[in-house]
Design a protein around this ligand. Structure first.
Ligand code: NAD
Ligand code: WQD
Length: 347
């Protein structure tokens, strides 16, 4: 299949482009590089060993998006493009609603203009809000705790309604906590600015860019008092997208939802210790007050993805830390600035 990957230069998108190419599909990247560097294209091409078609375009621009669809005529879309920082979404809700919803609208228009029928949406475990465990795809009540969360909840609802009214088939993919990097070390997570998330913060402490890891809360009702999450290797997550798009191509459904996680929880301190094993030295940590909005512990119920997609997360927490560390060591200053060697396609 030819698969248009919105946000394909970003963290999860770039890994998905690589896995798509390696599975024999043809990815087409569309990104405006608002949260990624164009040189990621070079890195992707280095891993897959050939040119990848890419566009520099803002997917909130409906006319440009439609032109790309008419030119490329993809079979499927995987939609990663969007903003994702929970705290920033509270400070700048309009920026989040506009970008995260308008990209979705443009893509649907592009699909309708070109006859594309398969759509996979990057959703998040954040749509489970404060619901009790287990989080199951159909039974658990959904809610949002931030404008970012509402963009995912709204995206899910809008796509469900569109799928019910058209011939577009939609996969809603609820990710838990994606971490790690490609084993080549050539692509990975490269947050611009100070990281909000745990794994990039740990990696910064390991390289010495940050003096100390602040562990937010050690009085939660968990075995070691720190929060528990379901960390998932980004390459496993990328593979799940391919399984979902292939499944959609074979099943006459409107919408199907899958949780994507390992089903296992890891505490903040357990992740720190795993990273210490990967980098070979102790990491300084300091306990700090709880971070507002954090809940104590959650993880995925991932049985549906296993049973229907035949997908299970294969890589361990030690793999996640080893690959993150490898990528950090190869890119101590992040990914290079500048333009990729290959030329973009013109919409
Ligand atoms: P990312 O920021 O690394 O990737 C998003 C990409 O989209 C970036 O390359 C950015 O430049 C691009 N982009 C943003 N707005 C655009 C626009 N208007 N037009 C074109 N390109 C645009 O983020 P990521 O971690 O790879 O996340 C991808 C998706 O997965 C997001 O939708 C995010 O909400 C969702 N998600 C991420 C996580 C996580 O922890 N990383 C968890 C759950 C869900
Ligand atoms: C994990 C744990 C922190 C940083 C977020 C989004 C969620 C989803 C995934 C997109 C928490 C603790 C963190 C630090 C720490 N994204 N921590 N010190 O909050 O589970 O999920 O990313 O959809 O919507 O909310 O992930 O990595 O921020 O935090 O102690 O410097 O690490 O308090 O317990 P979270 P996270």
């Amino acid at each position: 299949m030819k698969v248009l990957v919105s946000g394909g230069a970003g963290y999860i998108g770039s890994h998905t482009v690589v896995q798509l190419a390696e599975a024999g599909h043809e990815p087409v990247i569309v990104d405006n590089f608002s949260n990624s560097k164009p040189t990621v294209i070079d890195r992707v091409e280095q891993i897959i060993g050939h040119h990848v078609t890419w566009y520099r375009a803002d997917l909130t621009d409906r006319a440009v998006t439609e032109r790309i669809f008419l030119r490329e005529r993809p079979d499927a879309v995987i939609h990663f493009a969007g903003f994702k920082a929970v705290g920033e979404s509270v400070a700048e809700p309009l920026k989040y609603y506009e970008n995260n919803l308008n990209t979705t609208f443009s893509l649907i228009h592009g699909m309708q203009a070109s006859g594309c029928r398969l759509f996979a949406f990057s959703s998040s475990a954040t749509v489970y809000g404060m619901a009790p465990l287990p989080f199951t795809e159909e039974e658990t009540d959904l809610s949002a705790l931030s404008p970012y969360g509402y963009t995912k909840l709204a995206g899910e609802r809008i796509l469900t309604d569109i799928a019910a009214a058209t011939d577009i088939r939609v996969a809603l993919l609820r990710y838990f906590n994606p971490v790690g990097a490609h084993p080549s070390g050539l692509i990975g997570e490269n947050p611009l600015g100070i990281p909000n998330n745990l794994m990039p913060a740990i990696a910064n402490v390991a390289t010495g860019r940050q003096d100390m890891l602040h562990v937010f809360g050690n009085d939660y009702p968990t075995p070691d008092g720190t929060c528990v999450r379901d960390y998932l290797h980004v390459v496993d997550l990328a593979d799940a997208h391919i399984a979902a798009v292939e499944w959609l191509s074979e099943h006459d459904v409107a919408t199907r939802i899958w949780n994507l996680g390992t089903g296992r929880g890891t505490s903040v301190l357990e992740l720190v210790h795993a990273f210490e094993r990967a980098c070979g030295h102790k990491l300084p940590v300091e306990f700090a007050p709880r971070r507002p909005g954090d809940r104590d512990a959650y993880w995925a119920s991932a049985e549906r993805a296993r049973d229907e997609l035949g997908w299970v997360a294969k890589r361990s927490v030690d793999d996640m830390c080893a690959d993150t560390w490898h990528c950090q060591q190869g890119n101590p200053d992040g990914f290079p600035n500048g333009e990729p060697a290959s030329q973009p396609s013109q919409a």
